[in-house]
Design a protein around this ligand. Sequence first.
Ligand code: HEC
Length: 174
Amino acid sequence: MFARIALSVMALSIVPLVNARLAWADDAQKAAAASQKDGKYLDADGNPTFKIQPDGTVDWYTFSGYRRYHSDCHVCHGPDGVGSSYAPALADSLKSMDYGTFISTVAEGRKNVSGGQESVMPAFGDNKNVYCYIDDLYVYLRARAVGDLPRGRPAKHEDKPQAAKDYENQCMGG
Ligand code: HEC
């Protein structure tokens, strides 16, 4: 039993490395919520994802990601992930960026000096206001990229799960 789990975990971690530079595309089908634990939704590959109910109610993490995005990212990336003259539209970027690449890009930042003009994505790897909410940011932007999440503040959201409160206390305090 354990051996089988270990093997499938290995298989999962090898695939992204092999495919890292091949075109990868996300879509609504891949992002469909396949399971849920304590109010956090996962797709069939086990990556965090959003859940939008028919009446527009979003899961807690999507709502939280909306708020975090607009406090830490929108100054450069524009409201609702639509981009600006300075930084790319993350609502487009996430159509072809997987979870692991998103995490490492936000943690490490990026500097692009091509074309003479320097554009800099700061590294947020030691910023608790960002990394304690990195999955929230990811699922919000994923919902904007491949879900039907409209622009603006989601009108209705699920209650904050106890697991989110516990994780927040541990991450922000530790
Ligand atoms: C100070 C401005 C600034 C802030 C704040 C900022 N970014 Fe960026 N970000 C950039 C720039 C500029 C780029 C493009 C860098 C390049 O040209 O490679 C970028 C690139 C990215 C990319 C890669 C996009 C792609 O298409 O390859 C991701 C993902 C990203 N940012 C996420 C975030 C998140 C999440 C936040 C908030 C926590 C954030 N950024 C905050 C400026 C910023």
